[in-house]
Design a protein around this ligand. Structure first.
Ligand code: ADP
Ligand code: MG
Length: 612
């Protein structure tokens, strides 16, 4: 066996650098955080070749005393911490005292600094961990740090770096996070002498969102503010119409520090439930402020993750803050009409073809009467079924919290919405799929399938919550054969299924015995129905949370039972549907988040016909 040796400090630092300094963006992050901790009002950053050749940072912060320069570059040397107790009351971004030492061990670093109360400054150089003596330096108060040739002494790590454009992308991401977390500081970023960002001190968080993510995003934001005891959350969330295919525009900050937190990310996304289609993500910039004692920052090498003392309470705070903000807004999707100046008055020609840009809303697939791919199958002629309102359904209008039964789901506050009152009983059905109605607010277009689906979803959910779901027992249990792995997964969810009215037991060999089903499912056979629910289960990569599973299965059941696009409705059925609509909590979105109705307001009509 080789002998054990104590590693030399340079190697120790290089190992430490492996954790914190992964790429140029990590250097920029650490340097920028130091400048902010130093109380700077303005910080300028210059980069060359994606930061791989040169990163220079200039700040007007407190500066470093000449005698402290070698310490700044030593590991475990910091001005931000005095003892172990301080670890639990950290107000600065840094505190471990290892960033500069790490950077100094894997690059060529020059630090020039002068404190505000001293006549002259000093400088120090460090190449791959070798520190040169401190020399006098004459410059204005503040600190300048230049980092050249990152990983020059670690060719293997250098090889892992990506194209300059990619590295620059990572840097702008770090820059963005810090600039959003620290408004009131003037920040600039230059790459190869070209200014990429110049964020003035006066730029508010909203302005900064506009700078980094574009005016289109900034325009769609709703401000949010919620205080609960010593904790407050503020920031911005976007209209559900402004959704995204991934969660990249979900930013979370804790006391100015960007953090990653799966639970709070989930809380944000949860608050949009029912307003977004499956697989779509909301946009949100949330800033949590709380006393430092309520959180442990010291759990992750780059401090990107933290540990909250009461993460559950925070989850609920975030979710209800976002939900409340959404509920304060009118969430009826409106047809987005072109602004007058973008679409100049067409010449008075009778044969003007219809302007394809007239309904330029992203929701136009639904409004225009085209059938989205997921609905095309429903064109098959199908017997339709609108369940008559059973007497017990009158309990639907009772608030959920008055229900005595414990809920199988975590109750989510419903979004109360203003409902335009339907005026005329003469509804027009278009393509046997859409209904046109006159309301107090204007013309309303309704997607009959989406609306009915929503209504059934709510009915099912309320019946389940109140324990009044009618269950139909099968005289002889129906055997359902499934591939063994599927059967196992379905059996694992047997409790959730039971809550939904499906009682199953294991018959062995991949066969499941179905002994009851929800009575409201009248068309088709219970076995077919059940397979639909199994499908929902199988589309999940892993067993989803009980709540998510529940909602998905409810949505599937509602979808299957609802009238389809292409089903002609009688006037009685239409007015019955409208009656049910009035009782719904959220009649504006189907359970998958698609709109059920679009409002074409009186004002929109007048604008379009150039009356105003
Ligand atoms: P930490 O930030 O965890 O303390 P660093 O290695 O990043 O550790 O920095 C070491 C020390 O150097 C800091 O504690 C601080 O005193 C000093 N320092 C670094 N950058 C600056 C700066 N831009 N202005 C003033 N002091 C700085
Ligand atoms: Mg630091």
């Amino acid at each position: 066996m080789p002998r054990i040796i104590q590693l030399p400090p340079t190697v120790v630092n290089q190992i430490a650098a492996g954790e914190v300094i992964e790429r140029p963006a990590s250097v920029v992050k650490e340097l920028l955080e130091n400048s902010i901790d130093a109380g700077s009002k303005r910080v300028d950053i210059e980069l060359e070749q994606g930061g791989t050749e040169r990163i220079a940072i200039f700040d007007d912060g407190c500066g470093i005393a000449p005698e402290d320069l070698p310490l700044a570059l030593s590991s475990h040397a910091t001005s931000k911490l005095r003892n172990a107790d301080d670890l639990f009351a950290i107000r600065s971004l840094g505190f471990r005292g290892e960033a500069l030492a790490s950077i100094g061990s894997v690059a060529r670093v020059t630090i020039q600094s002068r404190t505000h109360d001293s006549e002259a400054g000093a400088m120090i150089e460090c190449n791959g961990g070798d520190m040169a003596p401190v020399r006098p330096w004459n410059g204005s108060p503040g600190t300048r740090i230049e980092v050249k040739h990152l990983f020059y002494n670690l060719p293997v790590r250098k090889k892992f770096l990506k194209a300059n454009a990619t590295e620059l992308g990572h840097i702008t991401e770090s820059f963005t996070k810090i600039a959003l977390g620290h408004p009131a500081i003037h920040l600039t970023l230059k790459h190869n002498a070209r200014t990429i960002y110049d964020v003035p001190a006066e730029a508010s968080i909203a302005d900064r969102i506009g700078i980094f993510f574009g005016k289109d995003v900034a325009k769609q934001l709703y401000p949010l503010k919620h205080v609960q005891g010593p904790v407050n959350v503020h920031g911005f969330i976007a209209d559900p119409a402004c959704d995204r295919g991934n969660g990249k525009l979900q930013y979370l900050f804790l006391n100015g520090r960007w953090i990653r937190d799966r639970s709070l990310g989930h809380a944000l996304q949860e608050a949009y439930r029912g307003l977004l289609m499956t697989g779509r993500y909301c946009i949100g910039f949330l800033f949590l402020e709380m006393p430092v004692e309520m959180v442990d920052i010291n759990v992750h090498p780059t401090k990107a993750e933290v540990r909250f003392r009461d993460s559950q309470a925070l989850y609920h705070l975030v979710r209800s803050a976002v939900r409340q903000t959404l509920s304060d807004k009118q969430l009826i999707p409106r047809l987005q009409l072109p602004e007058g100046d973008r679409y100049p008055m067409p010449p008075a020609k009778l044969d003007t073809p219809p302007d394809p840009g007239l309904f330029n809303s992203p929701r136009q697939t639904v409004s225009e009467g085209t059938i989205a791919p997921w609905e095309s199958r429903s064109f098959e002629p199908m017997p339709r079924y609108l369940p008559p309102p059973p007497a017990s359904d009158r309990t639907f209008t009772q608030p959920i919290d008055k229900q005595p039964q414990p809920s199988p789901m975590d109750p989510l506050p419903e979004i109360p919405q203003s409902k335009p009152v339907i005026l005329s009983s003469k509804a027009i059905q278009i393509r046997d799929s859409y209904l046109v109605l006159e309301t107090t607010e204007g013309m309303m277009l309704i997607d009959q399938h989406a609306l009915h689906e929503r209504i059934l979803y709510e009915q099912l959910r309320k019946r389940i919550r109140s324990g009044s779901l009618e269950i139909q027992r099968l005289l002889i249990p129906e055997p359902i054969e499934l591939p063994a792995a599927q059967a196992a997964m379905v059996l694992e969810a047997h409790e959730e299924l039971k809550d939904l009215g499906w009682e199953i037991s294991d018959f062995g060999g991949g066969t499941i015995l179905l002994s009851s089903y929800p009575a409201m499912l009248k068309r088709g056979t219970p076995g077919e129905w059940f397979l639909g629910v199994v499908d929902t289960l199988m589309t999940k990569e892993k067993l989803p949370s009980r709540e998510a599973l529940f909602n998905d299965m409810l949505a599937t059941m509602a979808c299957k039972a609802a009238v389809k696009a292409g089903d002609p409705l009688t006037p009685e059925e239409i007015s019955y549907l409208m009656e049910l609509r009035d009782m719904a909590d959220d009649s504006h979105h189907c359970p998958h988040g698609r709109p059920t109705s679009l409002l074409f307001s009186h004002k929109d009509l007048e604008k379009q016909f150039r009356r105003i």
